[in-house]
Structures are given as C-alpha cells and as structure tokens.
Design a protein around this ligand. Sequence first.
Ligand SMILES: [Zn+2]
Length: 314
Amino acid sequence: MVAYISPATAAKTETSENHKGTPDEPRPRMRKKSDHPPAATAPPDRTTTKAQADDFTASPFYAALTRSLVARGVRPEELCDACDEVERRLLAEYGAMFVAAASVRVPPRCVFRSGEECARFQAEVEPRAEHFGDARIELQPAALDALLAARAEAHAYGLEITPRGGAEAARRSYADTLRLWESRVKPALAHWVSSNALAPDEARRLAALCCAEQIAAVLKEEERGHFFSKDFSRTILSSVAAPGASQHLSMLAFDATEFRDERVREILARHGWFQTVLHDLPHFTFLGVREKELRALGLKRVVERGQDFWIPNI
Ligand SMILES: [Zn+2]
C-alpha cells in the first residue's frame, strides 16, 4: 500500500501556496474520482509498520539526525516515533532543522503537542528581535545575527532581504499554525461532503478530532485522493504546515519577499540560511552551516522551479 509519499516524489506534481499571496501557477488537474485508490479499510499490519520504521531508521538522514541529537544529549526516539506514520511524514517534510548547528536549539519533539509546550520552548531559546521596516522579526539569536549579516551583504550589492507578510515571516505561535491548518481543513471537508466523496457524519467526526488524530485522519483521507490543499488538488502539507510542526515555531525560519532572486538565495545560503521545505518557495531555514556540509547532515538537494531545496534524505 502507498502509506508514504516522499516530498521528492510529491515535488514532481505539486506547487506552493504555503504563503498568503503566492500566486497560483498551473498545476496538474485533480484525478477523477474513479481514479482514486480504494479506501484504506485496515491499518497497516505490524510487519509493514516494522518494515517502514526500519527503512526510515536506516536512512542517511536518520543517521545524521541521531549524531546531531546525541551531541545535544537527546535520543532520536524521544524526538520521533519511527513506527508512527504521521511523525515519519512530518520529519520528512520539515525535519531538516533538527540537524542545524549547535549554535541554535531544536524542539524536543518533531511536533509540538500543545500551545504550552511550544510557548515553553520559545521562551527557553531566548529569541531576539529586530525591526525590518515596520515588521518585528523575532528569531533565535544565531539565526537573527546571520540574517542581519546576510541583509548587510545584500545591501552592499544593492539588493534587499525583506520579510514576506510582516512579522509572521519569522516567529509564529502554536495558535497561528492551528488557525492556518483549520483554514484548509474546514473548506476541504465541506468540499468533499458536497462532492459526495465523504459522508457528513464522517466529516463531523474528523472535524471534532484533536490535533494529532486529525492530522492522521486528514492524511488518511488524502491517500484516498481527497486532498486538503486550498484547491483540493494536492496534499495539505504542501499548503500549510501541520499544527505544531512549522519551523516558524522554532524561530529558525524566515520567509523572504525576494526568494525568486538567485543572488539573494546565494547570499542567504552563505550565511547558513537554506531552503529545506519543498514547495514552500519563499521559506528559508537557518541551519548555520556551509552548503558543502549539507550532504553529511543527511540532506539531499532537490531542484524545484530553479530553486535548490535541501531536504531529508529518507
Ligand atoms: Zn515559511
């Protein structure tokens, strides 16, 4: 069964709308209902789960993640349950930040499970803020220093690095990620019910689930071809981050207005800021290392729309 779609595979068919205002560009038409795979009727058996977990933990990314976490005094099984399909998927989508340099902190879990857990981490990293025009940009100190250095270098070349969408370009709260998630889930449920693809009772049940269960249920529906992106043609994870999993919560992410300018991307990369989330074209992640070190960190380069993405090699 197809239980996991790697970001690299998905890249071939999907485009970004992660950020408000990203222009929609041509994309493949949605599959017809008759093309949809049959509904999953049973959970994967233990042999399948074990095999998928083994594949995951045998990957170059997991090896690098383990080295990085051990250096921080953390065991990888504390960060992510390799037997949990959703956690594996979230780590594959957003996990690059967990191999960032020792100059920054990383969250204790691959997904924050509550607003309190997230707020505690955000306080512990003692973020710093700087104004970019009217926008207050708040990041972990090493990430902010590197961004300011990149901006200074850009200025020297007559270029700009500005936050896309104001303060939300950097730090976000758990409630922000929940709001963005719900802004996709609610319309998608209504759409699939009105298309007779989903029973109203099932939609109500799904809507009432709490975070982790709802993420799992939504991804399960997507395996049946019922996608939850804004135009219902792609996975919700190409559209918004799962609640609690956004790199913006860790204050290691910045959305740049000038993301299409190759010179700006090169300057950001020289200062440790790389693109690590496929489809998310304006989004940069602070890893705090040089580009030549990225492969040794278990990341692989994928090119999408002329932009280099360094994603977990799983
Ligand atoms: Zn972003």
